[in-house]
Design a protein around this ligand. Structure first.
Ligand SMILES: O=C(O)CCC(=O)C(=O)O
Length: 318
């Protein structure tokens, strides 16, 4: 066991024996590996030489729990096999800001298992940040305001810019979407074929096992001001504000100003750890205790992900 450490985020690195012994080894070391994930928010399995979607699903089943579908989607992914998907398919020159997966939703995965099957020439790390350190690194008044008001996420679903409603909700049937929205506290409206949704979610959450309170939202990622300036200008030239593909406000609908947004980005940047990928390595992320993102890259890169739901009662205390 070794540890990577950078500005407040520590990532344990476990060296896993090769294919033949991998399953048995993971099972034998499960309590220890789970405890480390609870303590540090993420864990890297190196030497694991995971080479297929089945093998990734196997690792996730042993260490995580039941596999989940990617529902209420906010980014493009392709299903590769079963519950294994590509990581978010954004252009290589774009950075994906840190985020806790699906924290805009009423349901989110407990763990993410990332596997690099093709490593880029440069960059392309999947950086992680400790959500506890992000919270303590933010000004108290900012945290208080977000904690009191929550985050309002707004979306408008277009064909070709962002996700269509068919892709986001994985259905062609408007009634299914309306039922989903009703069941999950999402306000919706149709304007012809255009769907708009709005939902208010907490900005903080508590980890079910450690009891720690963490920064857990995607306000900065949804916010129009986080896009490259040229993209923001182009979107605002085409769409009225209510038709932007994604945006975020305080829960009462008031705007999140540029300084607040900058504070949030800075809190993540101060505590991000970004080791290079080696093909066949797996990174386990506790989705509450750690956020993840993606660095820009050159060359060809494939990172797969499977998301799981934990039976927390079976987990050790950290
Ligand atoms: O490609 C990656 O490394 C991660 C991308 C990402 O943020 C995601 O899939 O949620």
């Amino acid at each position: 066991m070794s540890f990577l450490e950078e500005s407040g985020t520590v990532q344990p690195v476990a060296t896993v024996p090769d294919r033949a012994e991998r399953g048995e080894w993971l099972l034998a070391h499960r309590p220890e590996l789970r405890r480390l994930t609870l303590r540090h928010g993420s864990l890297r399995l190196v030497g694991a030489a995971v080479a297929s979607t089945d093998e990734l699903a196997g690792v996730a089943a042993v260490l995580g729990g039941g596999a989940l579908e990617y529902t209420e989607r906010s980014t493009p992914r392709s299903r590769v096999a079963g519950s294994v998907y590509t990581s978010t398919e954004y252009p290589a020159d774009q950075r994906i800001p840190q985020h806790n997966e699906s924290s805009y939703s009423s349901r989110w995965p407990d763990h993410l298992f990332f596997l690099a099957t093709r490593t880029p020439r440069t960059g392309g790390q999947t950086p992680v940040a400790d959500s506890r350190t992000v919270l303590t690194g933010l000004p108290a008044e900012l945290v208080e305001k977000f904690s009191a008001l929550g985050v309002r996420y707004t979306r408008a679903y277009h064909d070709g810019i962002g996700l269509s409603w068919q892709e986001a909700f994985q259905t062609e049937d408007r009634r299914h979407i309306e039922a989903y929205c009703r069941d999950n506290g999402i306000a919706w409206e149709w304007e012809g074929d255009l769907l708009r949704t709005s939902q208010v979610r907490p900005a903080l959450t508590r980890h079910p096992v450690t009891g720690e309170t963490v920064w857990f939202n995607q306000a900065h990622l949804f916010h129009i001001g986080s896009l490259p300036a040229r993209t923001t200008e182009a979107l605002l030239a085409v769409f009225p504000e209510q038709n932007l593909p994604r945006n975020a406000y305080f829960g009462d609908g008031s705007p999140i100003d540029a300084d607040t947004l900058a504070e949030i980005h800075a809190a993540f940047d101060r505590t991000t750890l970004a080791p290079d990928w080696t093909q066949g390595d797996v990174m386990v992320v506790d989705n509450i205790l750690a956020s993840h993102g993606r660095a820009p890259y050159t060359g060809d890169r494939t990172v797969l992900v499977t998301m799981t739901s934990a039976a927390w009662a079976d987990w050790p205390t950290p």
